[in-house]
Design a protein around this ligand. Structure first.
Ligand SMILES: Nc1ncnc2c1ncn2[C@@H]1O[C@H](COP(=O)(O)OP(=O)(O)O)[C@@H](O)[C@H]1O
Ligand SMILES: [Mg+2]
Length: 472
């Protein structure tokens, strides 16, 4: 049997309370959601916005939880179901366990933030560092006030590397999270007007991202995107305390992308890192992914891992669900390609996705079709930001445009008449017109903010047209 993630003694110490009874099983993992709880997990009953984890304690034990961490006020009643740790505040207790995980590990730690590209860079770091040693990384986008401590609490003591995604919607959110993670290396993928509604300006966004520098260990390194807006501001803040390295197209960058060429499902990339040229295959398409990859390799280097080995591993990185994953679908008119970019959207990632569509060649008789939903949280400039994409449509050779939502109406109206397919208020009403339009050889790219529900459009297309077997 492998070592338990946490011993009973370690838990009692970190949580500040002994269990009400000996644990029913060794602690193999940590969970805050009974729907994904695995046998042996320690379950933290967290009070969420809509539900209270304390209502799921019985279910957690039924699913095989080794113990539950609950509020003192509920402990007596819930201990009837199994061993519980009674604590003042369950979220604070999970933070304490996270801090204990950080304190006991000898792993080299990297934290990733940025307006877009966090999860992609985090997954690249996972596959790259795994070649050098046991690597623990955040699940999905677990980057907030519960995601970060949960990821820490799940980190095995024997990890050689830890990879953490840190996000924010408001100023002040990154500071406490990075203080828990205490990374040796921090990577800021890029700065863009995302969540500008809450932050007010691009400077304010950069300032909020700069909070990540406060938690970087002494002697650590900060990796910055030299081409991103506000680079100078970030560099000023970062270089006060830590070493800074940069990536981008700028000639002064420590990591420079020299050459990028789409190649099947991925790309052939050449870059130069501190004067050393390196060629590798990246398993996901899109110039923006290659840019992220150069930042990732600088982070790998700063962590002390083998850069050549890491670069070779990036062939195994594949586009994530909703972030450029591709499918071949079969319609009556023949096979066509679906690019799923439905996970989220803002002006920067939208332009990157249009560039991706442009770089994908349709088959014989095929066209480039963009199916776009509203980009949300853009504040007062939101409507204009949509209309401003009109030039990008032409520049990226879009042949046919479908739009969803009141903001995208602005883009639809600004697009050349010949490009206009159909506009719908809600995403549920767009799929049938896309079904009708799709022909053999087409490339269909679907993108929009999460709240615009473009994911269901992808799902509708996939179920309407038979999915080709993997490998095609
Ligand atoms: N460097 C980048 N520039 C522009 N868009 C990007 C970049 N990196 C990723 N994206 C796009 O942004 C969206 C979100 O990517 P993701 O890696 O999930 O970022 P995050 O975790 O920051 O939300 C995806 O559509 C992705 O293709
Ligand atoms: Mg993310």
């Amino acid at each position: 049997m492998t070592d338990p993630l946490w011993s009973e003694t370690e838990l009692a110490q970190a949580l500040g309370a002994p269990p009400s009874a000996p644990l029913s099983a060794a602690v193999a993992g940590v969970s805050i959601d009974t729907r994904t709880l695995a046998p042996g997990d320690l379950f933290f009953a967290i009070q969420g916005e809509t539900s209270d984890g304390h209502d799921y304690v019985a279910r957690a034990f039924a699913a095989g939880a080794s113990a539950c961490v609950v509020a003192q006020t509920r402990a007596r009643e819930l201990a009837a179901h199994g061993p519980v740790f009674a604590v003042d505040d369950t979220l604070r207790a999970m933070e304490r366990l996270g801090a204990a995980a950080r304190a006991r590990t000898h792993a080299r730690i990297v934290a990733v933030t940025g307006s877009v590209g966090k999860t992609s860079a985090k997954e690249m770091l996972r596959v790259a560092l795994a070649k050098a040693g046991p690597t623990h990384a955040s699940a999905a986008s677990y980057n907030n006030h519960w995601g970060v401590p949960l990821t820490l609490a799940r980190m095995p003591a024997s990890s050689a590397f830890g990879v953490f995604e840190i996000g924010m919607n408001h100023a002040g959110e990154i500071t406490p999270l990075v203080a828990m993670v205490r990374p040796h290396v921090a990577l800021v993928t890029t700065i863009a007007p995302v969540h500008i509604e809450y932050l007010g300006s691009i400077e304010a966004i950069a300032e909020a991202k700069a909070e990540i520098f406060t938690g970087v260990e002494l002697g650590g390194t900060i990796v910055l995107n030299r081409d991103a807006p506000q680079f100078a501001l970030l560099e000023r803040r970062a270089s006060l305390t830590r070493k800074v390295v940069s990536f981008g197209a700028d000639a002064r960058a420590d990591g420079r992308l020299l050459h990028f060429e789409p190649e099947g499902e991925g790309a052939a990339v050449r870059a130069v890192l501190h004067g050393r040229e390196i060629a590798f295959r990246l398993g996901a398409p899109g110039l923006h992914m290659a840019q992220n990859a150069v930042g990732v390799l600088l982070a790998v280097e700063a962590l002390g891992a083998d850069v050549a080995q890491a670069a070779a591993a990036l062939a195994e990185f594949s586009a994530q669900k909703g972030r450029g994953a591709r499918f071949t679908l079969h319609g009556p008119g023949g096979a066509f390609t679906l690019i799923d970019e439905s996970y989220n959207a803002n002006p920067v990632s939208m332009r990157a996705a249009l560039a991706l569509l442009s770089a994908t060649n349709p088959g014989a008789g095929g066209r480039r079709i963009a199916v776009l939903g509203d980009m949300l949280e853009l504040g007062a400039g939101g409507a204009q930001a949509h209309a401003d994409l009109a030039g990008d449509l032409a520049r990226h050779n879009v042949d046919l445009l479908f739009c969803v939502g009141p903001l995208m109406r602005r883009l639809f109206d600004a697009a050349p008449p010949a490009m206009r397919g159909f506009w719908a208020e809600r995403s549920a009403d767009i799929a049938p017109s896309v079904f009708d339009a799709a022909r053999g050889g087409d490339v269909v790219m679907v993108k929009g903010s999460l709240g615009s529900a473009m994911g269901p459009v992808v799902a509708a297309l996939r179920s309407h047209f038979s999915l080709a077997p993997a490998g095609e």
